[in-house]
Design a protein around this ligand. Structure first.
Ligand code: IMP
Ligand code: MG
Length: 423
């Protein structure tokens, strides 16, 4: 399988968790390289549903080593809770199957509080964040005042650094009229988590270098999606990391010339959680999908906004990520639709746009231009072979792949491992 980067080609929630889980069969190592517990990757193994936030989906396969890379922002309390939650489901997370980068940045309660406060102050311009403290933590990293895992697990150094950062942030919180954070209880909680996590912490850059030199197959598990990328997304309605393929290199320390292939995951339609432009948003398809009990956020439970497939967007995603192969998920979501629309260009002030505009305000005012595809109007969730999919369905999938500009290689018709077809 070599070294594969897997990215979301839309606004997140493309079904990456499931595709990663399927691809992990061939991977020795699975690495998270950006984001934090804002992510929610849902994976079904048999009847059991696992929702992963920080731990790579590879944890569900025996023999796979999972890595939380340097580009991640790590909430130690959230991670310990996730480890304990998995243990209850019979998945044992140990230093043998999970390693944590010593240079990942740590999320503290003041980051979460500031995340919430900033959203309140933005009023109707809010981003609709997951309130997990992601933006403020990456902000501290860029401002060079963050604390890293290496600081957290250094018992001699941590309390003094913690108190220093806490008092600075409490001043900011007080100025915003928010409650200050209690020093003793939080320090005790973080110290407990540090003790739990210390055995997992290592220099993952060196570990990955040695593993790739030995010929290990590494899967880089992207979180969120291309249009939530801090550089390439619909700024400012984005997350605070590089969700595109380049983030896999910077967030792991594995150089570009070690990467072999980029797989882009996209839904057969479009969804977005949180605010920001979504040109193909459509009430009818939203109601249809929500009525089927799907498209509710895995992390926050929020209803996802839904729309038709946007090929202008996915073409851009193919460009910035260098997508070689496409996995299309949630195909069964369209099973009952009579006529399916695909956006092939935008209209803006009388002009035809074939590229996604950089200005979110312009994008919000773009009118999608649609092509119509005949639906297949028959259930696909029981189908296991590409050849057995209805002709209209195959035509639709090949068309959206062609419009995106990459080869269709995986089709998913449901959450189970076996509801996956390879071309
Ligand atoms: P943040 O990452 O919590 O700062 O949120 C910024 C934006 O990214 C919001 O619109 C969130 O809804 C969105 N977002 C963050 N993580 C995910 C994810 O894993 N899936 C989908 N949307 C996400
Ligand atoms: Mg998700």
């Amino acid at each position: 399988m070599a070294n594969v980067i897997l990215v979301g080609a839309q606004w997140g929630d493309e079904g990456k968790g499931k595709i990663i889980d399927v691809l992990t069969e061939q991977a020795d190592i699975v690495v998270r390289t950006q984001g934090g517990n804002n992510a929610g990757h849902t994976v079904f193994v048999g009847p059991t549903k696992y929702v992963l936030h920080l731990i790579p989906s590879g944890i569900l396969r025996a023999g796979t080593t999972c890595v939380i890379g340097n580009g991640v922002v790590l909430d130690p309390v959230g991670l310990v809770a996730e480890i304990d939650g998995l243990a209850k489901l019979g998945v044992h997370v140990t230093p043998q199957n999970l390693v944590i980068s010593e240079t990942a940045h740590v999320v503290f309660p003041w980051h979460r509080e500031l995340d919430g406060q900033r959203e309140v102050r933005k009023g109707n311009q809010k981003i609709g964040t997951t309130k997990r403290g992601i933006g403020p933590t990456y902000g501290d990293k860029a401002a060079r005042v963050g604390m890293r895992v290496i600081d957290l697990v250094n018992a001699a150094r941590f309390p003094a650094r913690f108190r220093e950062r806490l008092s600075e942030n409490n001043e900011i919180l007080q100025a915003l009229g928010a409650q200050p954070i209690d020093s003793d209880s939080v320090l005790a909680e973080y110290t407990r988590c540090a003790d739990r996590l210390r055995p997992f912490v290592t220099n993952t850059v060196v570990m990955l270098h040695e593993a790739t030199r030995r010929g290990a197959n590494v899967l880089f598990e992207g979180a969120q999606g291309t249009f939530l990328d801090i550089d390439h997304g619909t700024y400012p309605y984005v997350t605070s990391s590089n969700t595109t393929a380049g983030g896999a290199c910077t967030g792991s320390g594995v150089p570009p010339n070690r990467m072999d292939r980029v797989v882009g995951v996209m839904k057969a339609y479009t969804t977005r959680v949180g605010e920001g432009p979504l040109p193909t948003e459509n009430a009818e398809i939203s109601d249809l999908l929500h009525g089927m009990g799907r498209e509710f956020g895995a992390t926050t439970g929020r209803m996802r906004r839904c729309g038709w497939f946007d090929a202008v967007a996915t073409r851009h995603a193919a460009m910035v990520n260098g997508i070689d192969e496409l996995a299309v998920t949630n195909v069964d979501g369209l099973d009952s639709v009579k006529s399916i629309r695909v956006c092939s260009s935008y209209q803006f002030e009388g002009q035809t746009l074939r590229h996604i505009p950089s200005d979110a305000d312009v994008l919000a005012r773009c009118e999608p231009v649609f092509e119509e595809f005949p639906g297949w109007e028959t259930p696909t969730d029981g189908i296991r072979r590409w050849e057995d999919l209805p002709v209209n369905c195959r035509h639709y999938l090949l068309s959206i792949a062609q419009m995106t500009g990459a080869r269709l290689s995986i089709v998913s018709v449901g959450p189970a491992r076996d509801q996956t077809m390879f071309l």
